[in-house]
Design a protein around this ligand. Sequence first.
Ligand code: ADP
Ligand code: MG
Length: 443
Amino acid sequence: MSKPIIFTDKIDITYNLGKQNEFKANKGTTLELFAEEYIILFGPSGCGKSTLLYSMFGVLPPSAGKIYVKGQSIYDFTPAEMVNFQRKTMGIMYQSFNLINSITVLDNVSLPLIFAGMPSYVREKRAMELLKRFAIDHVAHKRPTLLSGGQQQRVSAARSLVNDPEILIADEPVGNLDSISAQQVMDTLETINSRDRKTVLLVTHDAKYLPYAHRVVHLKDGKLMGITANPEKKQIKKIVPGETIITELEQISRIYPYISPGEVRVKSIVNYLTQGLSFDQLSHLEKIVEEVMEGKISDQMMFDIMIAEQAEHGLGLTENVAKDIASKMRKIVFQSTDIARLRAMKQRGTPITSQDEHIKRIQRYILNEYDLNVTEEQSMVLGEAIEQRVLGFIKKEDFKEVLSAPLSEKGVGLDTKTMHMTARYLEKLLAQGVAAGSIKTGE
Ligand code: ADP
Ligand code: MG
């Protein structure tokens, strides 16, 4: 494993240091980011994301600790070295684009090259190439104000790349864009990472963008709460056990990268509740489940809609099926609160064992669901496997392996069918519990 490209060594960043209104925006943040990673700094507004980002850009010195980029302590640079660093190593994109409106798009993009002392034909050629690549070359000679927000942000992406920096940092770059433009800009950043092999460091408070990252750095109140690795991406940094949480939720959000965590949660639960419903019935059911989960309609109303004829805007389900769906839904939402509690305990650093009451309850839920009886020995192994899975130390496939391995090999010894059902049920609880807990920190 190579050395980190960015390393923040126990940094504090304090505004108004020594004054009455002193404010610690980052507290003891230690972070190692590796070349070619796509990293998202994630957390609610005011948690210190931008502060951390700008400190890595060299414009906000920490009050304690050091920041190393490519092994060099950046705040020990001379002024000339700092200018060189910000020009050559770092590219930056802002939420508000920061384009100069009195000059053309092409000049905006080529401007950084003037400072680098390049002849004008080289500058224009390079800038034009980038504009072409981001499909905005047809507006090269217009002023930025005549462009849509999405186009302006792609100009800004082109400008940030014109000096061919190794690291691109972006502060809520799609925060001001409509969803289609946001998608285009996010896809642009994705290719900058995967194709140009730039290290990308993006700040967002919106969970729907998390699937783009290799790793997500979770921040809260100026503190680093944890780092999660995206199971869908081939990791650059070696994964440390416990950093991985892989749930169906992440898989769904990979398929629907532009929906909110709440919507992902709804899809997950509807997925579980329904088999044999038509597409129309499914999308209708998603709507109703969403409204129930947001407390907009009551369980009774949900039931009434489910049994009403489709012609009367109902789902046309039989009473038995509707009852079954409603009670399963309640049960899974209720049972998943234990997952959310466990994950909160883990975040606080509370030690958790397989004998924990939450783990035991989760085990009971699963066993009761399928009327399973297990011996004390099986129960011990199962408890441990549940603990490992809930805390993210093992993947779903590893969990299944433990379930089906014979007792003599430290497994639970379940038959294939029971193993699949049991694992699936735990995954459902996980998806709901994780959604309700750590992942859902949006505003
Ligand atoms: P985020 O980007 O996560 O929304 P910021 O890094 O912008 O958060 O801000 C973190 C905290 O630091 C906030 O409480 C904010 O009010 C405070 N803060 C930001 N900039 C300044 C500043 N220049 N002076 C004093 N406090 C600041
Ligand atoms: Mg910010």
